[in-house]
Design a protein around this ligand. Structure first.
Ligand code: GDP
Length: 315
């Protein structure tokens, strides 16, 4: 994917890692809680077309506020054809909450109105052939892939379809809004899976990544509540080496108990993972912190998918 060069700016900016939905509302939508009052003008987005996104409901599970993290500019993901604001406050406001991703003018029409299971395929050539753009979700078993899929489409059990007997090792296509696909790929890293099955899985998912022409980006799910696993690093490395566009989705970011989770908080594990994969990529891949318990990151993922998809459709 082509990335734009960043102009000279202060060497660091603050990126909000807060899980508070209020942050999303005040930064990405026109905050007008009382419709009888005159709407407040959008101050932060004079150059940006805002998506018609639903506000995230306040959630009783929202944990303590997370501190702002200093993010060096070279670690930002700047989508193609994106205007980079020259002043730091505007730039900060344009970064998707809990991510390193700058919003572009392509980030429109992000919400899911309709989702339906279409088919399970065992080979890339059997996948739908209607040419619609797609995003593939992949991750270690138990990383929270089904929970994330259900959260994205706001349906409690849609992902169960992929867990039915015979489908766990398939490429499962879900059509969204009749215009794009979410693709559920088999989880990897089952300790108990026989070697033969693991080899098979590797062969067909790698074939899918390399040959599926409508694949806009792989969404690699990484559990942020535990330290990085070797198999995840190997996976990220393979995608980097093969120049497959990739977004990292850090899951379970609500799990904040240090003791229970190997001594580190999610944002520390997120930072460590960046450091470990740094050498695999020419430019920093996009990443987003999420939780299927609090729905943190859901709107951000959808906006990011919308901007990648809309750009892909125009080129
Ligand atoms: P999959 O095997 O990758 O599809 O993982 P699942 O979605 O089935 O989730 C595995 C386990 O992790 C389940 O017990 C979920 O309830 C739990 N889980 C998934 N996402 C989250 C999350 O964001 N936060 C927390 N705390 N638990 C989660």
């Amino acid at each position: 994917m082509v990335l734009l060069h960043l102009p000279k700016l202060p060497s660091t900016i603050l990126t909000p890692l807060s899980t508070s939905p209020i942050f999303l509302r005040t930064h990405f939508l026109n905050p007008n809680p009382n419709p009888t009052k005159t709407p407040r003008p959008l101050l932060l987005f004079s150059t940006l077309t805002l998506p018609a996104s639903e506000p995230t409901p306040l959630d009783p599970h929202t944990p303590e506020p997370t501190p702002h993290l200093q993010l060096p500019l070279h670690k930002l993901f700047v989508p193609p054809e994106t205007h980079v604001p020259l002043d730091t406050p505007t730039l900060t406001a344009r970064i998707l909450k809990g991510s390193n991703i700058l919003l572009s003018n392509y980030a429109t029409d992000s919400q899911v109105a309709q989702a339906e299971f279409i088919k399970s395929s065992v080979r890339t050539e059997d996948c739908p052939s209607d040419g619609l753009p797609e995003f593939a979700l992949v991750g270690r078993s138990n990383v929270g892939k089904s929970s994330l899929l259900n959260s994205l489409v706001r349906r409690k059990k849609l992902a169960l379809t992929s867990k039915k007997p015979g489908k766990t090792q398939c490429i499962n296509h879900f059509r969204i809004n009749d215009s794009w696909y979410l693709v559920d790929l088999p989880g990897y890293g089952y300790a108990s899976a026989p070697q033969e099955l693991r080899m098979d899985w590797e062969k067909f998912t790698k074939d899918y990544f390399l040959n599926r022409s409508t694949l806009v980006s792989v969404f690699l799910l990484i559990d942020a509540s535990i330290p990085a696993k070797q198999i995840d690093l190997e996976y990220a490395s393979w995608l980097g080496q093969n120049q497959i566009p990739m977004t990292i989705i850090f899951t379970k970011c609500d799990k904040r108990k240090k003791k229970k989770n190997g001594g580190k908080r999610p944002e520390e594990n997120v930072n460590d993972f960046q450091e470990l994969i740094h050498g695999f990529f020419e430019t920093a891949p996009p990443w987003i912190m999420t939780s299927s318990v609090t729905n943190q990151g859901r709107d951000e993922i959808l906006l990011h998918m919308a901007q990648l998809r809309n750009y892909w459709l125009k080129h």
